[in-house]
Design a protein around this ligand. Structure first.
Ligand code: C5P
Length: 240
């Protein structure tokens, strides 16, 4: 069954605490990305893990293999349950992320964090994908990058819902798909381009749905979150 990850893209302590409290007790993971990690420091992962949340550290590492491997070791100490690197860093870089996080976890006597590769950002449409140098459609580029992540022994990829089935067909059904770009029917699309509804994402085989602003920007984030969980589990609208 797919899990819901709520992206807490905030930089204000009160807002962070209000949102975490609103989500406490719901079966969701939390995601901290660049904004929150820069505002609160990496301790935010540790604090929320200690509170019982599973945390996705959306660090998007992209550097030489040695640097990413070392960073992955340090990140593992925070207790993050999942983290990511850009698959475009290459298979050797992905392999270091996986290997070094696994080693550090073993040294700490903890389960290793899952590691996944970002393929193509869900905010990029076909023109932009071409303009940054990738050949073919966003789907084709994402699939090539998924194969790089697989070769680097990562657990899966971050991709759009539209690529989830093809990624699994090419890399194996156990290869995880973490899918942002989720918008409930009728919600504001904002800067996302390759989107799907919560139900559509589950039907496409996504393992994790990443949802930020439709929850964090809602007047009642707890209710918005509960509504998305309901849609994921089959009682909501099927199409945007
Ligand atoms: O607010 P929204 O639902 O658009 O948030 C999506 C989250 O997923 C953001 O934190 C964004 O950084 C992240 N993300 C994404 N596309 C990717 C990788 C991560 O939107 N390919």
């Amino acid at each position: 069954m797919a899990d819901l990850i709520v992206a807490l893209d905030v930089n204000d302590e009160k807002r962070l605490n209000d949102l975490a409290s609103a989500l406490e007790g719901q079966p969701v993971w939390l995601k901290f990305g660049l904004e929150a990690l820069l505002a609160f420091g990496y301790g935010v992962i540790e604090r929320h893990s200690a509170r019982g949340f599973k945390v996705f550290a959306d660090v998007k590492f992209h550097d030489i293999p040695n640097t990413v491997g070392a960073a992955s070791r340090v990140l593992t100490r925070t207790g993050a349950a999942l983290f990511n690197v850009h698959a475009a860093g290459g298979a050797a870089m992905c392999a270091q992320a996986r290997e070094q996080s696994e080693r550090e976890a073993a040294a700490l006597g903890r389960p290793r964090p899952l590691s996944v590769g970002v393929t193509i950002l869900t905010s990029l449409g076909p023109e932009e994908v071409r303009s940054v140098g990738y050949e073919g459609t966003p789907g084709e580029a994402a699939l090539r990058l998924a194969k790089v992540a697989r070769q680097g022994n990562l657990d899966g990829v971050v991709c759009s819902v539209h690529e989830a089935a093809a990624v699994k067909a090419a890399c194996g059904q156990d290869f995880l798909t973490v899918c942002p770009g989720i918008r409930p029917a009728g919600a504001d699309v904002q800067d996302q381009k390759r989107i799907a509804t919560p139900r559509g994402a589950v039907e496409a085989g996504a393992d994790f749905l990443v949802v930020g602003r439709p929850i964090t920007g809602a007047p009642d984030p707890a209710a918005a979150c509960a509504a998305i969980l309901e849609q994921m589990h089959g009682r909501g609208p099927r199409r945007a």
